[in-house]
Design a binder for this molecule. Sequence first.
Ligand code: FCA
Length: 329
Amino acid sequence: MNRKVIPSLLALGVSLSLCFTPALAQDEVKIGFIVKKPEQAWFINEQDAATKLGQEKGFEVVRLAGEDGQQVLSAIDNLNSQGAQGFVICPPDVRLGPAIVNRAKQYGMKVVTVDDQFLGADGKPMADVPHLGMSGYKIGRQVGEAIAAEMKRRGWDPQEVAALRISNNELPTAKARTDGATDALLDAGFVKQNIFDAPQQNTDTSSAFAAASPVFSKNGRFEHWVIYALNEESVLGGVRASEQYGLSPEQVIGVGINGSGAAFAEFSRQKPTGFYGTVAVSSTMHGRQSADNLYTWITQDKKPPANTETTGTLMTRDNWQQVRADLGL
Ligand code: FCA
């Protein structure tokens, strides 16, 4: 080969690599999607929806579990070592907010929350971290209204019905949801003294089951029960406890929140159970929108809205497939 050609080819190679490699690296967007309960259908669907959006728009989504503080911090370290520019998170404990934000800042990463909003050291929501979540109180009211309507349809006297309120007052969105349901029930003539709290340690079925069981055995005088909680997984724990105690589906009206695979499985059983319905919210939309907000922030430097509140639709055994399709679930 001509001696002169070699240096010019080399120079071309150098200039090509200078031109293209850094530009490519800049265009590569990678985000994390960290969830507190990776095995729950709600969160699986959120992560799926974010991943799908990434495939459409050309960014990568790294799905991670953050079931406690330690796991969340190592997930953030892991994301940083992979070159991620930010992450969406539903934290295992909202009071971890300041620690999570600090770690993200150290790495120059952007953070948005989904579902459960961070609390600052002052106990108030961290308004500077963009958040997308359910309008908890309104959705809770829908739960209470659905229960009241079904009680009426069954001809129950509201004065003689007991409520199992599976509560999680440490988590503000949980408290907002159960408060909304309680208020709607009271408005419909429910007796306050007949509402019994079952405080759960977590937001899953087994912690709800454990909290619910003693409430039934201590209040055996009631023939009719309604059950509500922050989500359908927890209501299902309450319904399973009612069955174990010996109540029949006709004696129980449980209404959850989410509209995820947990509810679909229950509605698909051959016979109805005490799980009457659930207020469905689009986890597909939560996953897509929160990932999209973060992507736009990273690529266009546009900070997402401080707080986006989403709404729900009542889903029962009769209409669940239709609602599921309407919400893109
Ligand atoms: C909380 C609950 C989830 C889901 C989400 C929107 O994180 O634990 O089940 O309801 O809010």
